[in-house]
Design a protein around this ligand. Structure first.
Ligand code: FMN
Length: 510
């Protein structure tokens, strides 16, 4: 029989088997009613995100990140031309649109700054006299993403990349793995599971914490109260995912399911939280801060007042917006629990400014702030530094497939599937991560200079505005009920910042 007859017969046979299976199965009504052709509907549904991403959605429509935003990250990371031609596609008359009021007399830097080094304007831990107080050399750092939610090569690419860019990588709550040990500075995160700092009973152990933080270049410790995408929710890591490597980093037995409770067992109130922070800071000498999304309103003024009364407490506060990312979370938590970044951050900053405590704490903002305009807005609201997570993932190749929760991330970033992971080359991707961070700092510097300032933290509320109705622009401080005096910058501070920027440009540690 001719091959041209055999092939159609085989195809027909296979289709018949599928049709038989479809009409006899009871799980899918569509397939029972429309054998064979019903599969097309499921297939189209499964590739819906890609269809919308590449075919249907326009350049600014996609969420969480638009095609324009992703293109800017990809081009920056690959050192390609990140410019856009012809003019803006944004609707400049839509309310809430960010407007930056440039100066007629832009700032002209005297020294070239090829790595766009922008140190933080504050010294973290200075107010509490921590022995390890330091001025971060980059106002852009990589936000918490654990080894577990990210693959080993992804964590390694980020670690090598932060070393090149001179910034820091937050470990996330999964402990410090071997992939975090490629020379990049770390922020060690302590979640409710105390991974990397737990005794055999699963409780917090200061001895293990000391071993962990002295084994790697840890610059500061972040105690996680919550994250924007799933605040107030614990987590479970199934035994199947607790491989030898994961178990080592987390300090848990291989193959056994581990739970992160929804709250800390070491403290249950503001005073006991401050005690815990002070115990860790005393033992390690490092600055210790907290990370939280913003929900309960009363917590923040109370925290500021108690810190002021005791002269103790967090050296830094990270505020994550409800729009923040996650490896996996229930939709209702991502959509409805916690305030979005701008509103949440402003509430916390107001509480600290009213208590005259804002100058003593370093504020870090997170939640889609990895673009020059959004980052400047965060700084204008009072943040001293910004964190980027998903933007960093995009820099190392994430295509926003939104499959992090399935274990099938096609780019090898948020998966442990051996086939996908092998395609991610950490050395190549580390350069991309560094290029992206440097581009973001470069964009921030360009904006600061356009506003007549040497450093983005000097661009305060009145230079940043949001479009209101009828083309009226509201200064940021007015929109968020800030007292204008909170935003004022003294001549002395401006001079200090100008001086350390000159040092930074010439690569002297500021
Ligand atoms: C894959 C992934 C894993 C994350 N893991 C953690 C974590 O372990 N701890 C934490 O505090 N936040 C975690 N986050 C939240 C980020 O640190 C960050 O706060 C949030 O995504 C907002 O930043 P972005 O908008 O730049 O992504 C994770 C986010 C992602 C996307």
């Amino acid at each position: 029989m001719s091959i041209w007859l055999i092939i159609p017969l085989i195809v027909l046979g296979l289709l018949l088997i599928v049709a038989l299976w479809d009409v006899t199965q009871k799980k899918h009504a569509i397939l029972r009613a429309f054998p064979v052709v019903g599969h097309i509907r499921y297939w189209l549904e499964s590739i819906g995100p890609e269809l919308r991403q590449y075919v249907v959605a326009d350049n600014s429509e996609e969420r969480p990140f638009s095609r324009d935003q992703r293109r800017w990250v990809y081009a920056s990371a690959k050192s390609q031309n990140p410019y856009f031609g012809f003019g803006t596609e944004s609707k400049l008359d839509s309310t809430q649109h960010l407007i930056i009021r440039h100066s007629p007399f832009p700032f002209q830097a005297e020294e070239p700054n090829p790595q766009s080094i922008v140190p933080a304007a504050k010294v973290i831990g200075e107010w509490n006299n921590r022995p390890g107080a330091f001025r971060p050399q980059s106002i852009v750092n990589i936000s918490a993403m654990s080894f577990g939610s990210l693959s080993g090569p992804a964590v390694e690419a980020i670690n090598r990349g932060v070393k090149i860019a001179g910034c820091m990588q937050n470990t996330g709550e999964g402990g410090i793995s071997k992939h975090h040990r490629h020379g990049g500075d770390l922020i060690y995160q302590l979640g409710t599971g105390y991974f990397g700092a737990r005794g055999s009973d699963g409780r917090f152990s200061m001895e293990t914490l000391m071993e962990t933080v002295t084994s790697a270049p840890v610059k500061m410790i972040e105690i996680k109260l919550s994250q924007g995408a799933k605040p107030g929710l614990g987590g479970v890591l199934p035994g199947a995912k607790v491989t030898q490597e994961v178990a080592e980093a987390r300090g848990v037995p291989v193959g056994i399911t581990v739970a992160s409770p929804s709250s800390h067992r070491e403290f249950e109130s503001i005073p006991t939280m401050i005690d815990f922070i002070e115990r860790i800071a005393d033992a390690t000498g490092l600055p210790v801060g907290i990370k939280s999304a913003v929900g309960n309103e009363a917590f923040w003024p109370e925290l500021a007042l108690q810190m002021k009364a005791r002269g103790a407490g967090p050296d830094f506060i990270t505020i994550d917006g409800g729009e923040g990312g996650t490896g996996a979370a229930p939709l209702v938590f991502s959509d409805h629990v916690a305030l979005p970044f701008r509103a949440g951050f402003a509430q916390v900053f107001r509480a600290f400014a009213q208590a005259e405590m804002d100058k003593n704490v370093t504020f870090i903002g997170a939640g889609k702030v990895g673009f020059p305009g959004e980052a400047l807005l965060a700084l204008g609201l009072g943040a001293d530094m910004v964190y980027v997570a998903r933007e960093a993932m995009m820099a190392i190749g994430c295509i926003q497939a939104q499959r992090c929760h399935t274990g099938h991330c096609p780019t090898g970033i948020a998966t442990h599937n051996k086939w996908f992971v092998r395609s991610l080359d950490p050395t190549d991707k580390s350069a991309r991560l560094a290029n992206y961070v440097i581009s973001l700092r470069h964009g921030l510097l360009d904006l600061a200079h356009a506003c007549g300032e040497s450093h983005p933290c000097l661009v305060t509320g009145s230079a940043i505005a949001l479009l209101g109705t009828g083309h009226l622009t509201d200064p940021l401080w007015e929109r968020y009920n800030y007292d204008p005096s909170w935003m004022s910058v003294s001549d002395g501070f401006r001079k200090d910042v100008g001086e350390f920027m000159v040092k930074a440009a010439t690569n002297e540690a500021a």
